[in-house]
Design a protein around this ligand. Structure first.
Ligand SMILES: NC(=O)c1ccc[n+]([C@@H]2O[C@H](COP(=O)([O-])OP(=O)(O)OC[C@H]3O[C@@H](n4cnc5c(N)ncnc54)[C@H](OP(=O)(O)O)[C@@H]3O)[C@@H](O)[C@H]2O)c1
Length: 341
């Protein structure tokens, strides 16, 4: 297939990797861009930027595109409810309507397991085990749940407008703008602590596994379906984050706080903070405290059987690649090169 694909969020972590993967695979990729910096990021990934945002996207932007990959979102642990709603819910609703009118045939939505999250453990769950968290106290989780509901409801076999939701968990790898930078910043500012010694089990999703799943979903999978996408391995937060940090030469401190205590603190701090200093992110939010304290492991049997998905990068291999690229950019010393001339 070498159809035109329209990507949103093409300047972000997931979107840029998607633009790169799809253009390398022979697709023509056009991507929504809000700025010159985003234009550059999209061009560097092999796509063609078109100016606009989710609030103004129109049929002209999508003209001639067979499929949409919707990766743009307000991806934050903190912010005003109205900003989450404007981008994640109203933006998704507008894009769906415009795509349908423009004759798009397939709409791939980058969802998240957080769309199910209201503060509970999620152990070894399949896609339909839990309802969408439409009353989640966390703005990101609730608005991603609402967005997912809209996407699933928009699936229309009669008109040939098919929608698919992919739910990755904890995306990592080259280009990550969230996980590793946040870890590095917490360590540098002395704010890092484990929660319950990092014992919570988690699934993770290497960016190359996600882009592979996106490419598969463009061709396979029943419209209206939802798929968890992960690395297919279970790790503990402690093991994974320690090794992730080590890949760029960071050592995570040993300090740990009890999850129950942290969640109580966040429960008290967040509303007070929202009242007194809503523009500044508090040191801990209720959502982050809950996510760090709760196990979250996801089954990918459905993606395996219906999309033909297989992780293409293991956790071990992804970490080794990060380390190699940190060595190449001289962020960490090369143990094998010590003393070499
Ligand atoms: N990162 C994770 O661990 C993770 C896990 C599960 C699911 N997800 C999902 O994956 C998707 C991509 O996340 P990411 O990590 O790639 O986030 P990201 O790096 O923060 O990128 C967000 C993208 O959305 C764009 N955007 C934001 N508001 C917009 C608006 N109003 N109109 C148009 N574009 C807008 C941004 O454009 P600018 O560059 O102009 O700001 C950027 O390109 C999201 O849907 C997120 O919910 C992420």
């Amino acid at each position: 297939m070498s159809a035109d694909i329209f990507v949103t969020g093409g300047s972000g972590f997931v979107g840029a990797a998607t633009v790169r993967y799809l253009s390398n695979a022979g697709y023509w990729v056009r991507a929504l861009s809000r700025s010159e910096a985003s234009d550059r990021a999209i061009r560097a990934a092999g796509g063609e930027p078109v100016r606009g945002d989710l609030e103004s996207v129109s049929g002209t932007h999508l003209a001639g595109c067979e499929a949409v990959v919707h990766a743009a979102a307000h991806v934050r642990a903190w912010g005003r409810w109205r900003d989450f709603r404007r981008v994640n819910v109203a933006g998704t609703a507008r894009l769906l309507a415009v795509a349908r009118e423009a004759g798009v045939r397939r709409f791939i939505h980058i969802g998240t397991e957080a769309a199910l999250f209201h503060g509970q453990p999620m152990c070894d769950i399949a896609e339909d085990d839990l309802p969408l968290a439409l009353r989640s106290p966390y703005p990101y989780a609730r608005t991603k749940a609402e967005a997912e509901r809209l996407v699933r409801a928009a699936d229309d076999p009669v008109r040939g407008f098919r929608t698919i939701v992919l739910r990755p968990r904890m995306i990592w790898g080259p280009g990550d703008r969230t996980l590793l930078p946040a870890l590095a910043q917490m360590v540098e500012t002395g704010r890092f602590a484990w929660v319950d010694h990092g014992r919570a089990a988690t699934s993770t999703t290497h960016i190359d596994n996600l882009t592979r799943a996106i490419a598969l979903a463009l061709e396979h999978g029943e419209g209206g379906s939802v798929f968890f996408i992960t690395d297919g391995e279970t790790v503990t937060l402690r093991d994974f984050l320690s090794r992730l940090a080590a890949s760029i030469g960071l050592t995570l401190p040993d300090r740990s706080v009890p999850g129950g205590w942290l969640r109580t603190i966040a429960f008290v701090v967040e509303p007070t903070w929202r009242f007194l200093a809503p523009e500044r992110e508090p040191p801990i939010t209720r959502m982050v405290a809950a996510m760090l304290a709760c196990p979250c492991t996801l089954r990918i049997d459905r993606a395996r059987s219906e999309l033909g998905y297989r992780p293409v990068v293991s956790v071990e291999e992804g970490l080794a690649r990060l380390r190699q690229s940190a060595i190449r950019s001289a962020r960490v010393p090369n143990p094998e090169g010590a003393g070499a001339g």
